[in-house]
Design a protein around this ligand. Structure first.
Ligand code: SF4
Ligand code: SF4
Length: 87
């Protein structure tokens, strides 16, 4: 029996999942560097990365906590953590 390839947590509105204004960094993806591997999707502890093979990844910033795990794990360094203040 194989392991299911799904993130282990799922954020939900109203259960403490929505991120407040305290987030200082957000991940921004350079799609030119992205090789569509799905590792960021697999590692995101908040399960806020929408990924499907052959489609561009999307990050739901409503729930993203800015932890930077996705950027750390990305093998091509396609994700940059950008200061919220500069956006
Ligand atoms: S980990 Fe990096 S290369 Fe892989 S899908 Fe995510 S952004 Fe793209
Ligand atoms: S910064 Fe953290 S919460 Fe946001 S998408 Fe990356 S891994 Fe998920």
């Amino acid at each position: 029996m194989g392991l299911a390839l799904v993130p282990v947590s799922r954020p939900a509105p109203g259960s403490g999942g929505i991120t407040g204004t305290w987030r200082t960094l957000r991940p921004v993806v350079d799609l030119n560097k992205c090789i569509d591997c799905g590792i960021c999707w697999l590692y995101c502890p908040e399960s806020v990365i929408d990924w499907e093979k052959g489609q561009k990844i999307k990050i739901d910033y409503t729930y993203c906590k800015g932890c930077g795990i996705c950027a750390h794990e990305c093998p091509t360094k396609a994700i940059e953590m950008v200061p919220e203040a500069g956006l």
